[in-house]
Design a protein around this ligand. Structure first.
Ligand SMILES: [Zn+2]
Length: 255
């Protein structure tokens, strides 16, 4: 049977969440949730939403909506905010208790977003948070970077597809460890670029190869992808990914 998850875009309506310059947290949360939900649905996971529009809900209502589903997990998406702009950065995930599926998903989310470039602050117990306390299923509240940190906003906005892919990898990797990441294609590769234009992709392959990496061009869904290596073991792809990131590449492991 297909796995299922409730996605909660934090805040909404008259509850803006954090605000910084012209950015409003509730809008970022909804944008992330709608894109993530689509990606998870594409991957065969059933997705329920607490909200798909800009409406106000109390945390109790959010938990109640979640509990009316029999979903396997609950994920609330937020942006963090520090007292002073730029003071803090990174992702953190909150759980009712550091155990079981919730802890696993929290760690997977932090790890996956770490690969996109976010600092990993950690997983913390916050039993007082209503959507963690009142939901019946394993629940995580993920803070996707700080809304008052320019670098975090750049990571989110310039790599939005990678952020969504990373979150989807983390959710799917938690709910369906048996089908992910082992062997969708039978091997793992590191993607360092994706282009609409073939010439640009070919130039990127040349550049990456010129730095000594085994790069190749791959076509998928009318995109031209620059892939490095071809590994049976995920660990080896992760090692290659680390080296590529040191060379300044934004990477994503595909299987
Ligand atoms: Zn929030």
């Amino acid at each position: 049977m297909a796995k299922s998850i409730v996605l909660d875009a934090g805040h909404g309506g008259r509850d803006n969440g954090a605000v910084y310059e012209d950015m409003i947290e509730k809008n970022d949360n909804l944008r992330i949730v709608l894109a993530l939900g689509q990606e998870l649905e594409n991957r065969g996971i059933n997705v329920y939403y607490t909200r798909t529009t800009d409406v106000f809900q109390t945390p109790f209502e959010k938990a109640q909506i979640a509990n009316e589903t029999n979903a396997d997990a609950f994920l609330s998406i937020h942006r963090n905010s520090g007292v002073n702009p730029g003071e803090y950065s990174g992702v953190e995930s909150l759980v009712y208790k550091k155990e079981g599926l919730a802890l696993e998903m929290a760690e997977n989310i932090n790890g996956a977003l770490g690969l996109v470039g976010f600092d990993e602050i950690g997983v913390f117990e916050e039993p007082g948070i209503i959507v963690l306390r009142k939901t019946k299923m394993p629940a995580v509240l993920a803070e996707i970077g700080f809304i008052n940190n320019d670098e975090d906003n750049r990571l989110l906005n310039e790599n939005f597809d990678d952020v969504i892919g990373a979150l989807a990898d983390a959710v799917q990797g938690t709910l369906e460890p048996e089908v992910y990441p082992a062997g969708r294609g039978g091997f793992f590769q590191v993607q360092v670029g994706s282009f609409a234009d073939r010439k640009e992709a070919a130039a990127a392959v040349k550049k990456v190869s010129g730095e000594g990496f085994p790069a190749m061009l791959d076509t998928k869904d009318q995109r031209y992808r620059v892939l490095v290596g071809r590994y049976q073991e995920l660990d080896n792809a992760v090692l290659m990914e680390r080296v590529l990131r040191k060379h300044g590449y934004t990477t994503r492991i595909i299987g």
